[in-house]
Design a protein around this ligand. Structure first.
Ligand code: GP9
Length: 436
């Protein structure tokens, strides 16, 4: 049996067909801005630190009558970190564990969000205030379908914060590019914007310390992170106000998510610090939980959707809201708004390949990769579970990732797109699978 059979491909094609349902098409013909926020974890949402609201602007956005908040949404990264968050979100495939997917699959054929929107009349641009070669973005963005990449060289660097251009400058100056993009023609636009300031180690100049910290949190990763994410939240708030002033907000769907965790749970001291602060076990299930917020102007929704999902599900979820289908590609993810069946999140970086989470359980393969050394818990009670019952799921999770790897390694989409959705299976068998 090959890694990918005709039945597997048919099942994937079926999975890729979005069914109409709740929220379908409410964003149709509107512009789309996707904000990928550096190191934004879900635990800061609605967090009041000694009475101080850490992310007041994100909280306000979530409470807006036109917003949807996915609160059990997870990162899904391989070796490409932030760039994999982009890659997975746009393409609904698993990232590579060999190197950054943007590098490894630089010349592959893709049919993800930028291309699908382009086929529906959109003009897609990408925005990120850092060096365009970093993570091979300049090449990858072209290949993903973006028509222009507004990068560090296009911004005037005022104050450098941490990694580079501060989010304040990034958002302020991006408004002019968005206006240019908007006025180019009558087409709607897709702006994919990646922030930078809230990057590890989160050390901000004193003047940006707006959260008054307890002594125990001063100069800790948690304290620094709270200051840094509060800063980013402030400029997201200003950005939203500027979009309103420029008349762009009312015709633009705004989707926002975190790329990956800020604070790793693997270091014992940090884990203790975080568990004490949050008054619960700080483990992968909290660490990898990122928010996804979607605002669709003019709609009365205000809903929190707690379906378990990950960045793998971003593309189908957004296509449903925007009202477009994926007619040519393949998606491993699900539309989180309408999918009612079992969903799991397969992890392969901090948790070893074969590990997964679902609505109420977490199964973690040991560092040595041996099934019998793995651990499983119930998420709510943290009670340990007998691992023998997870053998089947473990194999399913590995099989799923292997199929995705195979599709990327063999550049299956190239053939699918050239041959009207058909591929020659005789050519496809082979053991060269990544992600061991
Ligand atoms: C740099 C930024 C950070 O361009 O996206 O990437 P990361 O170090 O978080 O992967």
């Amino acid at each position: 049996r090959g890694i990918l059979t005709k039945e597997d491909l048919d099942e994937l094609k079926e999975r890729t067909q979005l069914k109409d349902g709740k929220l379908t098409g409410i964003g149709k013909d509107k512009n789309l801005i996707v904000l990928q926020v550096e190191s934004l974890q879900n635990f800061v949402i609605d967090l009041h630190y000694d009475g101080q609201e850490v992310t007041p602007n994100l909280n306000k956005l979530i409470k807006d009558k036109s917003s949807i908040y996915y609160d059990r949404y997870y990162q899904l990264l391989g070796r490409g970190n932030t760039s994999d968050a982009e890659f997975v979100s746009h393409n609904s495939v698993y990232p590579s564990m060999e190197e950054s997917s943007y590098v490894q699959y630089e010349n592959n054929t893709f049919y993800g969000l930028p291309k699908i929107l382009k086929d529906n009349g959109y003009t897609p641009w990408a925005f990120h205030g850092y060096k365009k070669e970093f993570w091979n973005r300049a090449n990858a963005y072209v290949n993903q379908g973006f028509e222009r990449f507004v990068s560090e060289e296009d911004y005037k660097i005022g104050e450098t914060l941490g990694f580079g251009l501060g989010d304040e400058d990034f958002f302020h100056q991006s408004i002019d590019y968005l206006k240019e993009l908007d006025s180019k023609d009558d087409n709607p636009f897709y702006a994919f914007m990646v922030t930078l300031t809230s990057h590890n180690p989160y050390k901000m100049p004193e003047k940006y310390h707006e959260i008054s910290l307890r002594d125990e949190h001063k100069d800790t990763i948690l304290g620094n992170y709270l200051q840094s994410i509060h800063y980013t939240d402030k400029y997201i708030g200003e950005f939203i106000e500027r979009l309103k002033e420029e008349g762009l907000y009312d015709n633009t769907v705004l989707a926002l998510y975190g790329d990956h965790f800020a604070i790793a749970s693997v270091n014992k001291d940090v884990q203790e610090l975080m568990s004490n602060f949050l008054e619960k076990d700080y483990d992968y299930d909290t660490m990898m939980n990122i928010p996804l917020i979607v605002h669709v102007p003019g709609e009365e929704i205000n809903e929190t959707i707690s379906k378990m999902g990950s960045q793998l599900d971003f593309l189908p979820t957004m296509l449903n809201i925007m009202g477009y289908k994926n007619e040519k590609g393949l998606m491993f993810g699900r539309d989180l708004t309408n999918y009612k069946d079992y969903n799991f999140i397969a992890q392969q970086t901090y948790m070893q390949k074969g590990s997964f989470m679902d609505e109420d359980k977490m199964f973690v393969i040991a560092r040595d990769g041996i099934f019998d050394h793995s651990k499983a818990i119930k998420l709510d009670t943290r009670e340990e579970l007998d691992i023998s019952q997870f053998r089947g799921m473990y194999e399913k999770v590995i099989d799923e990732i292997n199929k995705s790897d195979f599709i990327l390694k063999k550049d299956i989409l190239k053939e699918l797109l050239q041959n009207n959705g058909e591929i020659d299976f005789d050519q496809l068998q082979g053991p060269d699978i990544a992600n061991k």
